[in-house]
Design a protein around this ligand. Structure first.
Ligand code: MN
Length: 340
């Protein structure tokens, strides 16, 4: 997915300090609707970054899309400095990118793309072949992981994991998307200590956590209580650091996304689909994408963001690319985390 905002603002995310991330807490951060640009009627809710909570570990972006019967059609667009993590909950998505990938990702499967110095990709819903049926339901999660400074200029790469390991314990089962949970480790390549898992639980559940990580929970179905407080579907629940386990009372059929990681100690500058460190760097990334417009395929393939095959002038509804929005005139000042 692309950041669908029409006029994205720069978001300067300060490094997490020890004071801000010391110890357990429970904060509810509301979801917000994303104003949409090119994709009509797609329902997207953002829970990260938040004003006051820019990152959880190296996780710096969390969008939930759907459930909708609008066909996802996201034309080629660029990324730098991050990994995209795509986790469909309903529907099939065809992913094509400038490192040569052309794959379909389904619920239970993970796409993880490392942008590094620059990558481009497209994402389209896979529609019924007879064209006459109702559009399939589309629902899923799109997350970004900020690459640490030592890895953010690396060559782009893509992985798909069709079978992920499962962890189980008191009252829960979990699919480990990235990192490790309860001694079970995902094969997905990541560049900082993080965890991401799709957890199902019921009744009194106890989930083991790494106490050096900060964690967050996004309830997808059902609901649960942590520390005697309700955590419903919708908002992102921030749990802080210092928890070696999470005791929950969960309604039947509860399912949630768990994300966590070591508090990220680097300042980030996020704008549109780019995660960088400075305004000039982001401006250069934008200029490089715009400079690729209209180049012949051979030159596009050799340019910073490469070529996503299949979107040329003869590609019908799949022809084209997403132009970068204008850079905002105002540079934002750093945000501070809200100390609980
Ligand atoms: Mn994208």
């Amino acid at each position: 997915m692309t950041n669908l905002e029409v006029s994205p603002q720069e978001e300067l995310c300060p490094p997490a300090t020890a004071e801000e991330t010391s110890g357990p807490c429970l904060q509810l951060w509301p979801e917000r609707e994303v104003p949409l640009g090119g994709v009509r009627a797609m329902n997207v809710k953002r829970t990260l970054p938040q004003r006051g909570l820019p990152t959880i570990g190296a996780w710096c972006f969390l969008d939930s899309f759907g459930p909708d019967r609008t066909a996802m059609s996201v034309l080629p667009h660029p990324h730098i400095g991050l990994q995209t993590v795509t986790w469909p909950l309903a529907g099939h998505i065809r992913h094509r990118d400038s490192v040569g990938s052309d794959v379909v990702v389904r619920p239970g499967e993970l796409n993880i793309m490392t942008a590094g110095q620059g990558v481009s990709h497209s994402e389209f819903a896979v529609l019924p072949s007879d064209g006459g049926q109702e559009l399939p339901l589309q629902q899923g999660l799109q997350l970004w992981v900020a690459l640490p400074d030592g890895d953010r200029h690396r060559e782009p790469a893509f992985e798909q994991h069709r079978e992920l390991p499962r962890a189980a314990g008191q009252g829960y089962t979990a699919t480990v998307m990235v990192g490790s949970l309860a001694g079970v480790t995902s094969p997905a390549t990541v560049y900082s200590p993080i965890v991401g898992a799709d957890v199902s639980c019921e009744g009194d559940a106890v989930l083991p956590l790494d106490p050096t990580f900060e964690h967050g929970i996004l309830v997808l179905d059902g609901g649960l209580a942590v520390d005697g407080e309700d955590l419903p579907a919708g908002p992102l629940g921030y749990l802080g650091t210092g928890r070696s386990e999470l005791r929950m009372q969960a309604r039947p059929g509860t399912r949630f996304l768990l994300i966590g990681g070591e508090p990220f100690g680097e300042e980030l500058l996020m704008w549109w689909n780019f995660v960088g460190r400075t305004h000039d760097e982001v401006e250069q990334a934008r200029d490089d994408w715009e400079a690729q417009a209209g180049l012949p395929d051979t030159e596009t393939a050799a340019a910073r963001y490469g070529l996503v095959p299949g979107h040329g002038p003869d590609a019908g509804a799949e022809a084209g690319r997403i132009p970068a929005p204008p850079l905002p005139g105002v540079r934002l000042t750093p945000r501070k985390r809200s100390v609980s």
